[in-house]
Design a binder for this molecule. Structure first.
Ligand code: NAP
Ligand code: F7E
Length: 330
């Protein structure tokens, strides 16, 4: 039975990846940081099947100690300060966790057992003010936020440890991926949650920022499969993972509100608080390499993703469903 260790297990992707690895017969160790409140909402249903260890990407000792204790075959580094607006409020913390945290984990692997494979959760935010359309593994980076800058560091230190120390370290450059388990602060979940509340008479308006921003949105459940596939290749590499389609925040609103018989123009309020100091206007992937080398393809189309998220939030407010994080950061 192979052992996989997942940092960021309590996050959206951590929960889907844990389900996938358990289904494949892995022993799953999840790393969670100490918190005064419960953060395991997304993995409640898995807690009997996985082992949770305490650790924090700020803390080198904790990383060394859990690698020594469990000596995993594969490490998936999903932990990060992942919300772009917070990265302007807390740029140094974002750099410490999202950038330097990757080095700490790679160093721990190098000292404990350099044969441990590592997946680094890189991001399309690295492309930022894009220099070509669509974006491939060869597209130069131009990050537009402290988060994007930190992810560029995380990407290159992963490549560097691969080349310097022969560590099997892969970088998955994933475009936005969403689900009913997405945090409420991200725009897709904010919209699906807002639509559900408005439809059920619990709210009237939804305050949003830039409706013209375009993203390549896919389903998170599909994207964790790409992570696992990258780790099963003969050689470590970098892979772009996305749908190859781009849609605006406005289109997301149109479909989400339209699905429940509402017109977004009657409810969406433009709010300056949700505009960013520097915006990423357009992201769209060219996932040809993931298609041809990994055999990976997304299963869910954009309108179905929107509808699934709205259905889930409707079910939540009707009291029919539980796994939907309710924390809001901004
Ligand atoms: P998420 O829901 O925000 O989860 C982030 C995880 O990181 C949480 O488990 C969080 O723990 C943990 N974490 C934060 N700071 C930590 C620290 N100092 N030490 C240890 N753990 C820490 O993010 P996600 O959407 O699942 O994304 C997973 C990874 O993929 C992230 O690295 C993200 O930047 C990257 N990524 C995401 C997307 C996307 O569209 N979702 C696209 C490209 C790349 P708590 O629960 O305690 O907060
Ligand atoms: O914003 C616009 C906003 O916060 C998407 C993270 O997982 O994906 C995510 O980063 C777009 C932006 O995601 C609101 O200006 C309009 O253009 O959902 P988001 P993100 O910034 O793309 C990447 C790939 C990651 O790696 C990150 O970790 O939507 N937008 N109005 C808004 N965004 C938010 N959050 N809230 C609004 O009210």
């Amino acid at each position: 039975m192979p052992t996989a260790l997942v940092t960021g297990i309590t996050g959206q992707d951590g929960s889907y990846l844990a389900e996938l690895l358990l289904a494949k017969g892995y022993k799953v160790i999840g790393v969670a940081r100490r918190s005064s409140t419960v953060t395991s909402e997304r993995i409640m249903h898995l807690l009997d099947d996985i082992t949770i260890v305490q650790g924090d990407l700020h803390d080198q000792g904790s990383l060394l100690s859990f690698l020594e204790e469990y000596n995993p075959d594969e490490v998936y580094n999903l932990a990060a300060q992942s919300f772009v607006p917070t990265s302007w409020n807390q740029p140094a913390l974002t750099g410490d966790v999202t950038a330097l945290g990757v080095t700490r984990l790679l160093e721990a692997i190098r000292f404990v057992n350099p044969k441990i494979k590592m997946y680094q959760a890189s991001s399309s935010e690295m492309f930022g003010k894009v220099v070509e359309v669509p974006q491939t593994e060869a597209t130069p980076f131009y990050p537009r936020s402290p988060y994007g800058v930190a992810k560029v560091y995380g990407h290159w230190i992963t490549v560097n440890y691969r080349e310097s120390f022969n560590i099997f370290a892969v970088s998955g450059i994933l475009f936005n991926h969403e689900s009913p388990r997405r945090g409420l602060e991200f725009v897709t979940r904010k919209i699906s949650d807002g639509v559900a509340k408005i439809k059920l008479g619990l709210s009237k308006d939804l305050h949003l920022g830039n409706l013209e921003a375009r993203r390549d949105w896919g389903f998170a459940g599909d994207y964790v499969q790409a992570m696992w596939l990258m780790m099963q290749q003969d050689h470590p590499d970098n892979y772009v993972v996305g749908t190859g389609e781009t849609h605006s925040v406005r289109e997301f609103c149109e479909i989400a509100f339209g699905y429940v018989g509402l017109d977004y123009k009657d409810h969406v309020v433009k709010d300056d608080r949700f505009f960013r100091p520097a915006e990423v206007d357009l992201l769209v992937s060219d996932p040809s390499k993931a298609h041809s080398q990994l055999g990976w393809k997304p299963s869910m189309k954009f309108p179905d993703l929107v509808k699934m998220m709205v259905d889930s939030d409707l079910a939540h407010y009707k009291g029919e469903k539980a796994i939907t994080p309710r924390r809001v950061y901004g």
